[in-house]
Design a binder for this molecule. Sequence first.
Ligand code: NI
Length: 181
Amino acid sequence: MTTHAILKMGDPRLLEVSKPVLINLISSNEIQLLIDELLETMYSANGAGLAAPQIGVDKQVVVFGFDRNPRYPDAEAVPETILINPIITPLSDTQEEDWEGCLSVPGIRAKVPRYTKIRYQGYDRNGGMIDRTVEGFHARVVQHECDHLIGKLYPMRVKDFSNFGFTEVLFPEFGDGPPAE
Ligand code: NI
């Protein structure tokens, strides 16, 4: 099993805009290995998602998904998804604030405004098209992960810093384990 160190906020590589993957290279060893390493790193860190820039790779690849995440006990399950070259289209003007964390911002949680309903499109690991319309936490996770591909970390989206703090203080019931994205 190959897991990677996850870059933390402050590393300039997290602020770069990632490059699209050439479609005929999705099946290459390089991209397939990247996908496997993203999945393994996400699961070993108990994350809800992970983006390639977080392991220092400036390519438009994100992974996300979980059945039940102990860090988000109220969140509905999200299917395991590998998403390459994503495009997000908001389907409502409404944004809603809710709690997020990030494996690149360990120990912190904040309420972040996100579109409540989106369509997202992209490629899966076999080069097949993904085209989904989703709401709620699923929509939130996709927006969070795709933000990594344009060099945005969730603290840059926070509007109200009275809802920004240490996980152990905000949610003492979670203990001091690694916070998930
Ligand atoms: Ni993140």
